[in-house]
Design a protein around this ligand. Structure first.
Ligand SMILES: [Ca+2]
Ligand SMILES: [Ca+2]
Ligand SMILES: [Ca+2]
Length: 158
């Protein structure tokens, strides 16, 4: 299971790299990347592949992400593991700035992986329980039209 998640993360990185390469050198040709960006989002977050991302999908995917970054498997993401996570996110953000991902939920999803977002008891550690508890908050942020699912209607300019 953990192995699968890591492979998924690696393929995500590869995808971002390819997107960066293909858009490199173009100015800010707005709008064009929306379709690919949405497809990528669903590929990663629509866990039961029914065409919509629900709170259940987000919770399931975040549980996988937690396991992926909990390198020593102690159900806590400690400072060292947070540093690794921050580095991974920074790399993805950099790719997104190159032309895809600006209008989608990516930045919010990344923000929701930080210590500040998840550390409810302020002890500097992100426990599995804290990470799970933050999922509904993230979901409410990315479900812009508040219909209980994130779909293409929730992608857009603002
Ligand atoms: Ca789904
Ligand atoms: Ca850990
Ligand atoms: Ca904590």
């Amino acid at each position: 299971m953990k192995r699968l998640s890591i492979i998924a993360a690696l393929s995500l990185t590869a995808f971002a790299g390819a997107a960066m390469a293909s858009s490199h050198g173009q100015g800010g040709g707005g709008g064009g990347g929306g379709g690919a960006q949405a497809a990528h989002f669903f590929e990663e977050w629509d866990m039961n592949e029914d065409g919509a991302v629900t709170l259940a999908d987000v919770s399931a995917r975040r549980a996988e992400i937690f396991d992926m970054f909990d390198l020593n498997g102690d159900a806590t993401i400690d400072a060292a593991e947070q540093a690794n996570m921050a580095q991974t996110i920074a790399g993805q953000e950099e790719n997104n700035r190159e032309g895809h991902g600006r209008n989608g939920p990516g930045p919010r999803i990344h923000a929701a992986m930080t210590l500040a977002y998840n550390d409810a008891d302020g002890d500097g550690l992100i426990t599995a329980a804290e990470f799970a508890a933050a999922a509904p908050r993230l979901f409410a942020e990315i479900d812009r039209n508040d219909d209980g699912q994130v779909n293409r209607l929730d992608f857009g300019r603002n």
